[in-house]
Structure formats: C-alpha cells, structure tokens
Design a protein around this ligand. Structure first.
Ligand code: TRP
Length: 446
C-alpha cells in the first residue's frame, strides 16, 4: 500500500516554501556578483524585464503543471504526454538538481563557516577580507567538511517530509532575514563614499550590455526563481486542486525580486565605499559584507546573525533542489523517502567535493575553467535555459497554451491569467530564451 501523497497544509505554507526555495544564495551571493561583473544598472534593468516577461509566466506554468498532475518533474510530463519523449525535460531537471546542489552546498558551507569565523573575531576591523576569503575557499579540508555538514542537514530535512521538514523550517526564518537585510542596507548607504555604489547600481549605461550579459540575466532569472528544472513543478504538485496559482506565483516572484534588489542596496554602496572591485566575482558578498560588519557597532553580532540567516536561506533552497530528485524516486519507483534522501544526498555531496577542491586546493578543470565554474556555467548556460525553453514549448504547443492557461486559472484568486500569457508562452518566452542561449554560447565558446 502506498501512503497518500502529502499536500501543503495551507496557502501560506506553499508561498513560504516556494519563496524559501527562490530566496537563497542566488539573491545575495549570486545576484550581487553577476550584477557586478555585468556592469551594474543596465544589467539590473534587463534582469527586471526578464523577470516580468519570462520569470512570471514560467512560474505560473511550472506551478500549474505541478498542481494539475500532482507529480514530480518527470512524472508530470509523463502524465500529460504519455508515451512521448517529453519526460526527458523532467530528466534534465533531475540532472540539474545534482549539478546545482553540488556547488550550491559548497557555497552554503562557506556561509556556515563564515558564521563561526565572525563569532571567532577573525574578521574584525582591519582584517584582509579578500585574502581571508581566498585562503578559505582554496583550503582542502575545511570547505569540504562544511559542505558535508550542510548536505547532512539538507537531507535530514527532506527525509522528514514536506510538512514536517520543509514547511516548518521556512516559517520563522524568512522574515528575520528580511529585517536583517534592511539593517545592512541602512549601514551600507550611510558609509562615506556610498554614492558611487548607488550610481553603479542605479544609473544604467547600456553600452555595458553584451549578449553574454543578457544570457547571464536570463540565467540569473531562472536560477533565482528556481525555474527551468522542475522545482516549481514539484512544489506545485503539493498544492491541492483548490489552491490558486496566479496569486501564489506572483507572491513568490515578487518576494524573490524584492529581496534581490534590497541585497544590491546592501552590497554595492559598501563595495564602492570600501574600495572593492564590483567585478571581483564569486567572492563579492563574502569579501564586502564582512568588511561592512567590521565597520558597524555590534558588527560581530550582526555579522554572525547575517551569515547564519544566509545559511538558512540557502538551506530552504537546497531542500527544494534535493526534493526534485527525491520526489522523482519516491513517485516513480516507490522508493522510501528516507532512503532516497540519503542516497541522493550522498551522491551530491561526492560531486561537490571536486567542485570545492577546484577553488584552489587542486587543479581540476573542465573546458578551461575550474570544475566549480564549469558546473555553474553548465547549469546557467545550458541546463536551466534549455529546461525552461522546452517546458515553455511543452506548455505552449503540446499541452497547448489555452489548456495551460485555463488550468492556471482554475480556482484563481485576484489575478486572472489573460490572453497575453498565451502569446508569451508560445512565442516570446521560447524565442527569447533560444536567441539568448545561442548567442550567449557562441560568445562564451568563441
Ligand atoms: N533559487 C535558489 C536561489 O536563488 C536556488 C535554487 C533552489 C534553484 N532551487 C532551484 C535554482 C532550482 C535553480 C533551480 O538561491
């Protein structure tokens, strides 16, 4: 006898879990360095346009596919298009779960260890923040151990289940993160010299944009909203048929975007005020924020709380990545949830080891980049856009845009998905993704 599939216990439970998935390292760590390396304000504008034109319709689509089928990423496609190869889109998503979580957990591990470093006082005023970060990530053991700790927590939560594990964890922690970010913004904006950061972040110079940076904006939009790999299909699958899709999706997209934009206000004024390079890359948040904390009264306290919350935000995202893979094994192969969580958690941990070591301890590169960068490049430039593209083609042309839209509007709340959706999902979304993907790849490889 199979136990009945779990459902979220309330609408808020879904919004918090899905927003918990969306809001993570992508909003603070990744958003800030991607904006920094792509020239600032012009990139932010492109990013916002992409969130509206591609992000929201894709969110609605994925949540709808989930609620309709009550199935995992692969099962949803199988249910709607039996005996066709469309399940491969879900399989791409499961693969993306492995790829993303393996390096995501490494970064979450950095965040965990920064919590302890901050408490220990090694990141006080006058410290060499850049040097500390580089030596931290290029060490052999410590980052791998923190990665192990983080993966262990993630798999324990997923093993506990949707309601007891996922829901409980996200409830309290999201609002606290929000308040802390606001405090950081206030400190950052009042640093002498903060203005240069504001103009970098807010005054667009469109000559900065390249095909590569538009690809990066699409990649970041998918990443930050947890789209393109069946994550929102999976979370949507735990909605009941009576739950709304358009409003809930708007909440998730809105909260995620708000938090990313606020994080930019915490980071860029400080980057310029303290003389860092906004194009420094993956270390930006880990170098800049400790420097800001060091300049704050009670900086140790704020810093510690911040890195703890960043780790928790990462955790609520990591569980959603693991859930994509686990839900597939549980639904399709009736595997016990605990067993699936343990098995997949360990495999992802193993894949994360070379990612971590490639940051400096050992020379492990693929296609001329460190393995870590390769994994990020692979998910950003190929897995998520391709997954999103094919999901849009499926919803728009196979299941058909009309059916998807009607399904999305079943039991809707305030927002009703209009005919615009059909145009976007059939033409604009897939064509935009295809163009951007091809040009981005040509530029990256050429
Ligand atoms: N959205 C999360 C973040 O911004 C990361 C994440 C969770 C994710 N689930 C995902 C990214 C699914 C892509 C796909 O940190």
């Amino acid at each position: 006898m199979k136990a009945p599939r779990e459902l979220w216990t309330s609408r808020v439970a879904f919004i918090l879990a899905a927003a918990g998935s969306a809001v993570g390292l992508g909003n603070i760590w990744r958003f800030s360095y991607v904006v920094g390396t792509n020239g600032g304000a012009a990139f932010v504008i492109v990013y916002l346009i992409i969130i509206a034109l591609i992000g929201y319709p894709m969110m609605v689509t994925e949540v709808t596919l989930g609620r309709k089928t009550h199935k995992n990423a692969i099962g949803a496609f199988k249910a709607l298009a039996p005996n066709t190869p469309w399940w491969l889109v879900g399989a791409l998503g499961v693969l993306a779960g492995f790829v993303i979580l393996s390096f995501y957990s490494v970064v979450a591990g950095w965040s965990l260890s920064y919590f302890f470093k901050t408490i220990g006082g090694s990141l006080g005023a006058g410290a060499d923040f850049e040097g500390a970060f580089v030596s931290h990530i290029s060490a052999a053991w410590a980052p791998v151990i923190w990665h192990a700790v983080f993966m262990a927590i993630t798999l324990a939560i997923i093993a506990a289940g949707v309601v007891k594990g996922i829901s409980r964890t996200v409830r309290v922690l999201m609002p606290v993160l929000f308040v802390l970010l606001i405090l950081l913004v206030l400190r950052s904006l009042t640093l002498p010299g903060a203005g240069a950061g504001l103009s970098f972040y807010l005054q667009p110079d469109f000559s900065d944009l390249t095909a590569q940076s538009i690809l990066a904006a699409v990649g970041q939009a998918f990443f930050t909203l947890s789209l393109g790999m069946g994550c929102m299909i999976t979370y949507g699958s735990y909605l009941s048929d009576n739950d709304d899709v358009p409003d809930n999706s708007a909440w998730v997209v809105g909260l995620d975007t708000l938090i990313a934009i606020i994080a930019g206000f915490a980071i860029f004024p400080a980057v310029f005020a303290l003389g860092f390079d906004p194009a420094a890359g993956a270390g930006l948040a880990f170098i800049t924020l400790p420097a800001v904390f060091a300049e704050m009264p009670a900086g140790v306290l704020f810093g510690a709380v911040f890195f703890l919350l960043l780790s928790i935000a990462a955790l609520t995202s990591a569980i959603s990545l693991l859930e994509v893979v686990v839900a597939w094994l549980v639904d399709e192969y009736q595997m016990a949830r605990k067993k699936a969580a343990l098995m997949i958690g360990v495999l992802i941990f193993l894949l994360g080891i070379p990612a971590s070591l490639s940051m400096g301890a050992v020379d492990i590169s693929v296609g001329g980049m460190p393995f870590f960068d390769f994994l990020d490049f692979f998910q950003e430039s190929i897995l998520l856009p391709l997954g999103g593209l094919l999901t849009a083609v499926f919803a728009g042309h196979v299941w058909t845009a009309r059916t998807t839209r009607e399904s999305a509007n079943t039991n809707h709340g305030k927002i009703v998905i209009g005919a615009w959706y059909e145009v976007l999902i059939k033409y604009i979304v897939p064509i935009a993704i295809a163009i951007v993907m091809i040009f981005g790849l040509i530029e990256a490889l050429g």
